[in-house]
Design a protein around this ligand. Structure first.
Ligand SMILES: O=C(COP(=O)(O)O)NO
Ligand code: NA
Ligand SMILES: [Zn+2]
Length: 311
């Protein structure tokens, strides 16, 4: 069934596991993610960025939003696993309202680059509208970027746990993304991978609510090798190691945003297939390997996060 993200995350919060939130831009990634969820009998959060809304809607974000709602609902309504659709990194008021209007389960208002009071006001505004429409809300505190040898690197601002408590009480936001040292993309750490577990622990103690980890891709070595075998150059790529990811779940992370790992799996499969099948031009064939690798990464992640058999 198509459900509200809050329902999925409240259960995860109570039972201390995490649910992956997988980004999509097209049908093929959605198919592969859903196949993984079926195989693992796991709840799924499908998420789209504002860019994905524009991309799918050929420039019209509301058209893109409603296309994604229709696609996700078709799968969700026909399956036993709970599936939610979430707007990731909503920054533009128009896009956030378009997602709510189109029928998204939840939206993120990302004003984390603003001073606290501004972030708080923007979040309060969206919470008021979204809650009136039965839509749940995610916000972010602190800024994503790595930590180097115990010092937050220049651009990163790690979450302040006391601020987090004040923020959630004032905004009534449904789930919170505390910045603890991750960053988006395939190049997360220059040196050793390190997250601020102390801050995470404090935020959980003070808020007791479902927490979100952004920039949570691991950069799956198996996929890097296949892709590089067939011409990719992913030198220097590094993600969040599985043991560190598991520790964040043990400390209270319940939604784990995953985009890069699926992108790398897809291109690895596409490169491999195209190199080995020069005569093929049927898209249902030449995207098969790509989709199967995405499904494998999805299934492994659902297992690792503990959401398998929680549908
Ligand atoms: O935070 C993410 C995805 O992060 P990755 O680049 O690590 O997949 N989406 O909001
Ligand atoms: Na999000
Ligand atoms: Zn993110």
């Amino acid at each position: 069934p198509y459900v509200n993200t809050k329902d999925i995350l409240e259960k995860a919060n109570k039972e201390y596991y995490a649910v992956a939130a997988f980004n999509i831009n097209n049908l093929e990634f959605l198919q592969a993610i859903v196949e993984g969820g079926i195989e693992k009998k796991s709840p799924l959060i499908i998420e789209t960025s504002e860019g994905a809304m524009k991309y799918a809607g050929m420039g019209d974000p509301l058209r893109g939003a409603s296309l994604f709602v229709k696609m996700v609902r078709e799968f969700a309504d026909s399956l036993d696993i709970p599936i939610a659709l979430h707007l990731d990194h909503g920054k533009n008021f128009k896009y956030i309202i378009s997602a709510i209007k189109a029928g998204y389960s939840s939206v993120m208002i990302d004003a984390s680059d603003k001073p606290l009071e501004e972030n708080l006001k923007a979040t309060k505004d969206i919470v008021r509208i979204a809650h009136a429409a039965g839509v749940s809300v995610e916000a972010e505190l602190g800024k994503l970027a790595g930590i180097e040898d115990n010092v937050a690197s220049a651009e990163s601002v790690l979450v302040n746990p006391d601020e987090a408590k004040y923020f959630v009480e004032e905004t009534q936001v449904d789930f919170l993304a505390p910045a603890i040292g991750t960053s988006h993309g395939a190049f997360k750490f220059k040196g050793e991978a390190k997250l601020d577990f102390d801050r995470l622990k404090k935020v959980k103690e003070l808020t007791k609510m479902p927490l979100v980890l952004h920039g949570a891709s691991s950069v799956v070595q198996e996929m890097v090798e296949i892709a590089e075998n067939y011409g990719a150059d992913f030198g220097g790529s590094k993600g969040v190691p599985s043991d560190i990811l598991k520790e964040t779940v043990r400390l209270g992370i319940n939604k784990v945003n995953t985009d890069t790992d699926l992108r790398m799996a897809f291109i690895a499969g596409l490169r491999e297939f195209l190199q080995n099948n020069p005569k093929e031009f049927d898209p249902r064939k030449y995207m098969e390997t790509a989709k199967s690798y995405v499904k494998k990464v999805v299934s492994d992640r659902l297992e690792l996060l503990g959401s398998a058999n929680k549908a």
